[in-house]
Design a protein. Structure first.
Length: 209
């Protein structure tokens, strides 16, 4: 039987079914609570905090986002200050097409809820539990500030919401891409070239942490 992929809000009851969600929530909340507890509390006080994409029983990917105050780890990165008018995208899981689909849903949800934009503390090296800087740049996001933490480079990325028409046009552009185009890294304040060996060492160190 052929199943058509679907995207739905992440609920408290399915938090334990989504592989990797617990680790992401624990990281960005600094271990303050479980994924189930965090989703329950933030949904009650703020609204939806994530989407999951499925094909039948198979989970293809998920997105986690929320108010900055509920994702305190973001404050430890020297890339701020974060915008007070924006929500924070913590993580996207999935291949390029799945991630773009989820990103569109996140942006539409936040736009309809009245936010001026969405930001993310992105990893220039594509480290675990972070959205890659390159992916967001190729999705139309703009760099705000770059900084270093524990020897690794990170960039605060932002997407501003214009009119509903502009958001819709961006969504159509994102969903029309099957493969990520090869683009140069985005210009950011005080940027520093990153070597390939450093990229490999960074991934190894992150896996050991």
């Amino acid at each position: 039987m052929l199943f058509i992929p679907t995207v739905s809000e992440i609920t408290v009851g399915e938090a334990g079914e989504i592989q990797g969600l617990e680790s992401v929530v624990s990281y960005w909340t600094e271990g303050a609570c479980s994924a189930e507890e965090w989703i329950r509390e933030v949904v009650d006080s703020w609204g939806p905090v994530g989407f999951v994409k499925r094909r039948g029983d198979e989970i293809l990917g998920f997105a986690v986002y929320g108010p900055q105050r509920c994702l305190p780890r973001a404050g430890q990165y020297p890339v701020g200050p974060l915008g007070e008018d924006a929500a924070l995208l913590a993580y996207l899981e999935g291949d390029a097409r799945t991630s773009r689909h989820l990103l569109v849903r996140v942006m539409r949800d936040l736009r309809l809820r009245g936010f001026a934009g969405v930001e993310a503390v992105a990893s220039d090296l594509g480290l675990p539990r972070h959205v890659p800087t390159r992916f967001l740049s190729e999705s139309g996001w703009k760099p705000v500030c770059r900084g270093w933490r524990a020897g690794f480079p990170y960039t605060l990325m932002r997407a501003d919401f214009g009119s509903t028409v502009e958001v819709g046009e961006l969504a159509r552009g994102l969903m029309g891409r099957v493969k990520l185009p090869v683009l140069k890294a985005p210009p950011v304040p005080q940027g520093t070239p990153i070597s390939v060996p450093m990229h490999a060492r960074a991934r190894a160190r992150e896996r050991r942490s």
